[in-house]
Design a protein around this ligand. Structure first.
Ligand code: BGC
Length: 741
């Protein structure tokens, strides 16, 4: 009897096994599962998976056991849930997250390991929250300091951006959560993002604006790309034949999904044919003033289905889109190997703190005012940004942080057991509000005193203080570091220049900490001994900053963009309005913006013009000092373009610290204009006092190449090149020549 039962059971099991459809069998290769699932889907089911069904979700295939697909912003933490079809908060009690430092800070760490840890921690938070895709990271290039979303991106240099985006994507996707790298492409300013048609040379497109995306796709193997709002070659980038079909899918072999930015699709025929795979945000309330629950009216919805039934289109394009969506499902929601997620863990806070610690940049430190020696001292903290929560606001990257430690709280916490006294003076009133889509900071920052009264109070207190630390800069309000608009000037808002100048005049131990994701002009720079770039640091902001100010963290961040003295030093602002913000066409529907500076963005421009910026790309000081010497090439001749360099870096100061060794390459002679130098390798190195390490840096043929517009390909011309090493673009202390044969 027992024997018979066992036989029956075995038979049942093998029957069940034989019946497991290929699409449900995780042991099968994803492509086989995709084809099997595709063959089982009805036309209506196929249409359902390629467009949104709510603000952030699209349908799965219920009949086949495939769950709905949930996306979420991105890129600095997992955004709180909004209502099904409105931008208002859903009011969940389990969607408070860890806010990680903004991507400008991550880039300033120059540490790809930080990017991997960041992506991974974010992935774990996303898993807990049931998200299959994070709408990030952003890799648009910092073209002008006025760019409203620069804080969400990784700076001005395509190489640095590329090295940082790859591990972020890999870390995130190792959790089975897709990355949706955005905004592809040429979305470098905000004001007219829906109407701007970018005109740009092929060379600048390939050398400056695409490499971050290319690396995310080819090396990071990103599963998603978000099309940008703007136009290029007169076509919106969410359905653009050239950028999506040709470059992304054909040339780079991208096998993931192209997701439209929310409301970025405009035309059925282009949406069908020009590379878009999933449509989100069209005609929904809030963004484009459409009707609610209008999902059936999306371009890739009922209208498309009808057009197929009527024979206007075959299912060729549809099947291709669905294949990509199914591949996404099998990589994420249908992936049985997915790990479990967790929210707000100690490990995630540690990552947030580590990135902050590695990204904060010490810009200037005359007379070694920093680090603060607090024993028995009186520290005056000044400024709205010392107390204002910065994780709420800024547009779609706004978060509901489980906690956010302000700079003032951070200093108070770190010094609570010391005999140091901390005082606060408001100094200026900026934006006292603090809410986004129904998430409010709960802070009451109202202060009715006049600007003069506030400055006078701060100055009087500054006279009696041993140190003054001013926390100023921008915030996440409209026309500052915020989506939807660009800044109107590079100046500090709310009369801060006057406040800083007045304080510096009465206290020589003044430290200015700038909170922003952008360059701001600093007319008082020579009067203020110490300046720190403090970014938007998220949950652990106050701890990260206090550690640097008090010296328990030795700063090691380096600038990911050129800090101009003024807009006159920026290429994008050197050609009048044609180059920024563009010129409206008749009818005012499209504004043409010509990137006339071409490849000369950031340091490439200031180098060419022989201008000295306030702080150079790659600049960053430490409480110790370093020497970068003895650059050598393994061989001074290369035939395949691959090069190996060795360079020594020594800690010549008295405390432990980390330096960023940077390698730049100059093409001595070329048939086309080339930048004076370009970043092609770097490494962050930690050193004890007196210690020397030899760093190995490798470059490949691409590092020697330019985009050849005549052949539409990369080209490295034989001849002499110079490699420079140092720890800032303006502090290159050794060089070596080599030849490409
Ligand atoms: C932004 C995207 C964002 C999307 C969803 C758009 O307005 O440009 O970056 O991911 O909204 O919130």
């Amino acid at each position: 009897m027992k024997y018979k039962l066992t036989l029956l059971l075995l038979a049942c099991c093998s029957m069940m096994q034989a019946q497991t459809p290929v699409y449900l069998d995780p042991s099968k290769d994803i492509e086989a599962r995709v084809e099997d699932a595709l063959s089982r889907m009805t036309l209506a089911e196929k249409i359902d998976v390629i467009h949104a069904q709510s603000k952030f979700s699209s349908a799965g295939v219920k009949r086949l056991g495939m769950p709905d697909f949930w996306t979420d912003d991105g890129p600095h933490g997992v955004r709180p849930d909004v209502l099904w079809d409105e931008w208002e908060q859903a009011g969940q009690t389990n969607d408070s997250c860890v806010a990680f430092p903004a991507l400008t800070c991550l880039a300033a760490s120059w540490n790809p390991d930080c990017a991997r840890a960041y992506g991974h921690a974010l992935g774990e938070e996303a898993l807990y929250r049931g998200k299959g895709m994070i709408l990030g990271p952003g890799v648009n290039i910092y073209r002008t300091p006025l760019g409203g979303r620069n804080f969400e991106y990784m700076g001005e240099d395509p190489y640095l951006t590329s090295r940082m985006v790859v591990p972020y994507v890999q870390g995130l996707q190792s959790c089975g959560v897709a990355s949706c790298v955005k905004h592809y492409c040429l979305n470098n300013d905000e004001e007219y993002r829906h109407q701007v048609n970018v005109i740009i040379s092929d060379r600048a497109l390939h050398e400056i604006y695409l490499p971050g995306f290319e690396a995310a796709v080819k090396e990071g193997k990103a599963w998603g790309i978000m099309g940008a709002y703007n136009l290029y070659k007169d076509e919106h980038n969410c359905h653009n034949q050239y950028t999506l079909n040709k470059i992304l899918k054909q040339d780079w072999g991208f096998d993931g999904v192209v997701v439209s930015d929310w409301g970025g699709a405009h035309n059925l025929d282009q949406a069908v044919k020009n590379g878009l795979d999933m449509e989100f945000g069209t005609w929904t309330d809030g963004l484009t003033m459409g009707a609610t629950n209008a999902y059936d009216n999306y371009y890739l919805s009922k209208g498309y289905q009808k057009a197929i039934v009527e024979g206007k289109y075959t299912t060729k394009e549809l099947d291709e889109k669905v294949r990509r969506v199914l591949r996404l499902f099998f990589r994420t929601t249908m992936n049985k190997q997915r790990p479990y997620g967790f929210l707000c863990s100690e490990s995630h806070y540690e990552v947030a703190q580590k990135v902050a610690a590695e990204g904060i940049v010490l810009l200037q430190n005359e007379g070694n005012v920093l680090p603060i020696k607090p024993e028995g001292k009186k520290i005056l903290v000044v400024g709205e940004n010392a107390i204002k929560m910065m994780t709420v606001g800024g547009g779609s990257s706004s978060l509901k942080a489980q906690h956010e430690i302000s700079p003032l709280q951070g200093l108070q916490a770190k010094l609570k057991d010391s005999n140091c006294r901390i005082e606060f003076a408001r100094g200026y009133v900026g934006d006292v509000g603090g809410s986004y889509n129904g998430v409010t900071t709960g802070q009451n920052l109202k202060d009715d005193r006049s600007a003069e009264e506030l400055i006078n109070e701060a100055v009087e207190k500054a006279k009696a203080a041993d140190y003054v630390v001013i926390f100023g800069g921008l915030n996440k309000s409209d026309y500052q570091d915020c989506e939807g608009h660009d800044r109107k000037t590079m100046d500090l808002p709310y009369g801060q220049d006057k406040l800083i100048t007045a304080i510096a005049a009465v206290n020589r131990q003044t430290v200015y900490v700038n909170i922003s994701g952008n360059d701001v002009s600093m007319p008082w720079r020579k009067q203020v001994p110490s300046i720190v770039q403090g970014w938007f640091l998220g949950s652990e902001a106050g701890i990260g900053l206090a550690d640097v100010l008090l010296g328990s963290t030795n700063p090691s961040g380096h600038l990911p963009f050129t800090w101009y003295e003024s807009l006159d030093q920026c290429g994008a602002h050197s050609f009048g309005e044609a180059a920024f913000p563009g010129i409206w066409r008749e009818g005012k529907k499209i504004i043409d913006e010509e990137y006339k500076e071409g490849i000369y963005v950031g340091y490439r421009w200031t180098d060419m013009k022989k201008q000295k910026p306030a702080f150079a790309f790659g600049h960053g000081l430490s409480y110790t000092t370093f020497k970068v010497t003895n650059l050598k090439a393994e061989s001074n001749v290369t035939t395949d373009g691959n090069m190996t360099f060795k360079v020594d870096v020594t800690n010549t100061g008295t405390c432990e610290g980390s330096d960023v060794v940077q390698l730049y390459i100059t093409d001595s002679k070329c048939s086309v204009d080339r930048p004076v130098k370009e970043l092609k390798a770097f490494q962050k190195v930690s050193l004890k006092p007196g210690e020397t390490k030899t760093v190995t840096l490798q470059t490949d043929k691409r590092a020697l190449s330019f985009w050849d517009e005549t052949t539409g390909d990369w080209k490295a011309e034989p001849g002499e090149f110079i490699a420079w090493a140092g720890d800032s673009s303006d502090r290159r202390t050794c060089k070596v020549k080599f030849t490409l044969k």
